[in-house]
Design a protein around this ligand. Structure first.
Ligand code: ADP
Ligand code: MG
Length: 386
């Protein structure tokens, strides 16, 4: 099945696979983080947006506690499980995401019936666009609705985090599912990770004659997990030495004094988080006041901070960013956890092709794998399609 499957094709495929029509079809998007990297677990600010690439699920409730799952991707067969026996660590492969959210809802005392589910997603896997959260958010939105549980967005965000952290075992925060569940067309999601306060900020690049290019480097360096853990540890150490609960509570003005208290590495890590939080706030202001054309320098500064202070970039990301900038992008940065994944480049429409071509050539000359380059636009959060 192609990745542009419409609802009726998905419904037909569901009928073929499971014998009758689904009760409904739901979708949830992947996300791109515009700015605010490694600020989430420091209780700081992030500014992601839901993208126009989505996971769609057709789902029908069963009258037992069994689950049957099929994805149109990757030639997997139908996966079967029993909701009665779910516990953290159970399930394999992609089935852990739908089972994880079912488990997290059960944990909250919600009675989840068995279900048949067909997934079709065009969110690229492992590119840093949160294909796993797109699945989780589509499924949790469907289960919340068909059970009549009526959980609000904030509760769904926490349940999804428990599914990832406890059931799947991935140490993720609340940014990805907040963008996927709470995003809106033409807007970015300004999220305060301390209290889940959300404000939708207009981000309509197209109306400003700009496109947002994603450059998927297709690399994931092997030290990514260790690098993430050590950055978290440095942030915790920094907060402890500075006497705050989280680095969110350290202002720009406190950096000078911090220099005398922290070792060189910890100071660099802290400086990234503190300045990045400030850049998020400045980006929100700039978008509201003058629009996307005014945020280029903030994206650039964010990249430099991640490259030099947080030290989570890599040659592929640096070449993507530098080449995009040299060929007309007004701002560019790596996005996501780092050590691979994707960069974003805010680019005038008229320069799009030049940036694409130049990045492809630069990667080839450096001996890197060919990148995948595509545009994304801020799109609606999770919703029911049929
Ligand atoms: P990311 O969320 O950044 O894309 P993850 O490693 O968290 O990367 O999630 C990727 C995993 O999500 C894949 O290994 C796979 O298990 C699952 N996944 C994503 N999209 C699909 C799909 N269309 N079909 C089946 N599994 C998928
Ligand atoms: Mg993921």
């Amino acid at each position: 099945m192609s990745t542009t499957t419409d609802t009726s094709a998905l419904t037909a495929r569901f009928r073929e696979t499971f014998g009758s029509a689904p009760d409904g079809v739901w979708q949830a998007p992947g996300r791109v983080n515009l700015i605010g990297e490694h600020t989430d677990y420091n209780e700081g600010f992030v500014l992601p947006f839901a993208i126009d690439k989505t996971a769609k699920v057709a789902l029908r409730v069963r009258d037992d506690s069994n689950v049957r799952l099929l994805s149109t991707f990757g030639g997997h067969g139908v996966v079967e499980a029993d909701l009665a026996g779910l516990e953290p660590g159970s399930g394999e492969g992609w089935a852990r995401y739908p089972l994880g959210v079912a488990w997290a809802l059960q944990e909250q005392g919600i009675d989840i019936p068995g279900f048949d589910l067909l997934l079709d997603s065009d969110v690229p896997l492992g590119a840093g666009l949160s294909s796993s959260h797109a699945i989780e958010c589509a499924v949790i939105t469907a289960l919340n609705e068909i059970t009549g549980a009526g959980l609000g967005a904030e509760q769904l965000v926490i349940a999804t985090q428990r599914a990832e952290n406890v059931f799947v075992g991935a140490p993720t925060g609340i940014m990805d599912q907040s963008a996927s569940l709470r995003g809106a067309k033409g807007h970015a999601v300004f999220l305060d990770c301390q209290d889940q306060h959300v404000e939708l900020v207009p981000f309509d690049a197209e109306a400003s004659g700009l496109v947002l290019l994603v450059i998927d480097t297709k690399v994931s360096h092997s030290h990514a997990d260790g690098g993430y853990a050590s950055r978290r540890a440095s942030c915790e150490l920094g907060a402890e030495v500075l006497g705050v609960r989280a680095l969110r509570d350290v202002g720009l003005e406190a950096l000078e004094d911090a220099a005398g208290l922290l070792d060189e590495i910890t100071l660099k890590r802290v400086r990234h988080v503190v300045t990045e939080n400030d850049r998020v706030l400045q980006t929100v202001e700039a978008l509201a006041a003058t629009g996307p054309a005014s945020i280029g320098a903030l994206l650039d500064a964010s990249h430099v901070s991640m490259r030099d202070d947080f030290e989570i970039s890599c040659p592929e990301l640096d070449i993507a960013v530098d080449t995009a900038r040299a060929n007309g992008a007004i701002g560019a940065r790596m996005t996501g956890g780092g050590f691979g994944g994707s960069a974003i480049a805010l680019t005038p429409v008229g320069k799009e092709q030049q940036v694409r071509d130049a990045v492809v050539v630069a990667f080839s000359e450096a001996g890197f794998m060919a990148p995948d380059i595509f545009t994304v636009t801020p799109a609606a959060g999770a919703l029911r399609l049929a």
